[in-house]
Write a protein that binds this ligand. Structure first.
Ligand SMILES: NC(=O)c1ccc[n+]([C@@H]2O[C@H](COP(=O)([O-])OP(=O)(O)OC[C@H]3O[C@@H](n4cnc5c(N)ncnc54)[C@H](O)[C@@H]3O)[C@@H](O)[C@H]2O)c1
Length: 345
């Protein structure tokens, strides 16, 4: 271990956003020791972290955030300067099928981290200095009709067990700020896209089904709207918030790209048409769009999410750098290269 460097505990760093964040932090800062606590559920993948393998300022610990003794051992071994908490059960469909694990990890796991961090930081007299950053989602705010956007003051109104468990976790985080004066921050972002996302999520599903020439399932009429945020832009926003936001503040992070799910599917298919024309011709297709199929709608499917991130832009000077068109192109190429082992044009 690089002894003198401040240690950051990153939870869920083998997942989609956590692994992109760890890579970003590793490339951006040399002065941290990064400890990644991840249970390696079906969603965790250590291959996401190949860049950090063998790095002196990085430690991977396989384990559960809800395992209090393990979390205590980590705080005893390392002088944790901050927690950036990504670990979660993250897939809405799975939460609709069975929500117990969502409460276990997202609520109880978060509580375990809060309790251990509070005790350790209190004993060291640094409770107000050390930071607990909760990574949250715009889904805690509920669903929007055609007008308006979620602000940081929008009351929580979660509509599915995943978002309910995230809202519950956020309320616990806030309560540790109110009750004990803990230095907490919460950031709620819109839908992320980019490399290293699990295939169960919308964009990787579209790409993987298209490459296998299988039907591309789109829920209901496909007119549900999400605000797409490139994962690296999210990471830069998290960096700004973790380092510069005032204690006990909340920030929304959006991509400024409101698009219907069906449009996302069509755009991804058009990019694949350019990248894999031979696959189309071999199978007598003119576009991968022909594979798009509408399926029964998701239960309680939120119609529209859109976040107002003016506060983050004004307070901390953040703005997204990636346009949806270029971000999607990079993303599609990345999956084609990963899965097919070829360099996509
Ligand atoms: N993906 C999005 O679009 C999005 C948007 C807004 C907020 N978020 C939030 O960002 C965070 C990360 O999301 P993601 O998409 O990267 O998720 P993900 O499912 O890709 O990764 C979750 C990671 O957490 C780990 N994990 C799960 N349970 C654990 C436990 N009990 N102990 C330790 N590790 C555990 C998994 O192994 C995995 O590596 C989540 O908190 C999610 O709610 C995601």
């Amino acid at each position: 271990m690089s002894a003198q460097k401040p240690v950051l505990l990153i939870t869920g760093g083998a997942g989609f956003i956590g692994s992109n964040f760890l890579r970003y932090m590793h490339e951006t800062y040399q002065n941290y020791h990064l400890v990644n606590l991840d249970k390696l559920t079906y969603a965790g993948n250590t291959a996401n972290l190949d860049l950090l393998e063998g790095a002196v300022n990085y430690t991977f610990i396989e384990g559960d955030i809800a395992d209090e003794q393990l979390v205590q051992r980590i705080f005893a071994k390392y002088d944790i300067h901050g927690v950036i908490h990504f670990a979660a059960e993250s897939h809405v469909d799975r939460s609709i099928q069975d929500s117990k694990q969502f409460v276990q990890t997202n609520v109880l796991g978060t509580l375990t981290l809060l309790q251990v961090a509070k005790q350790d930081w209190e004993e060291k007299g640094v409770l107000k200095e050390r930071r607990f950053h909760q990574i949250s989602t715009d889904e805690v705010y509920g669903s929007l009709s055609a007008e308006g956007k979620f602000s940081e003051d929008t009351p929580y109104d979660p509509r599915n067990p995943y978002s309910a468990s995230k809202a519950g976790a956020n309320l616990l985080v806030k309560s540790f700020g109110y009750t004990y004066g803990m230095n907490i921050v919460i950031s709620s972002s819109s839908n992320n896209y980019g490399p290293r996302q699990h295939t169960e999520k919308l964009i990787p599903t579209i790409i993987s089904k298209a490459l296998k020439l299988e039907e591309i399932p789109i829920y209901g009429d496909g007119k549900n709207i999400r605000d797409w945020l490139y994962v690296e832009d999210h990471c830069r926003g998290l960096d700004a918030i973790f380092h510069h936001a005032p204690p006990f503040s909340t920030y929304n992070i959006g991509g400024g790209n409101e698009v219907q799910n069906l449009e996302i599917a069509k755009t991804v298919c058009s990019l694949l048409d350019e990248i894999k024309p031979e696959l189309l011709h071999e199978n007598s297709l003119t576009s991968f769009q022909e594979l798009i199929t509408h399926t029964k709608d998701r239960l309680g499917h939120d119609r529209r999410y859109a976040v107002d991130d003016t506060k983050l832009r004004q307070d901390l000077g953040w703005e997204p750098q990636e346009a949806l068109s270029t971000g999607l192109r990079k993303t599609v190429r990345w999956y084609v290269e990963q899965w097919e082992g070829v360099t996509a044009p």
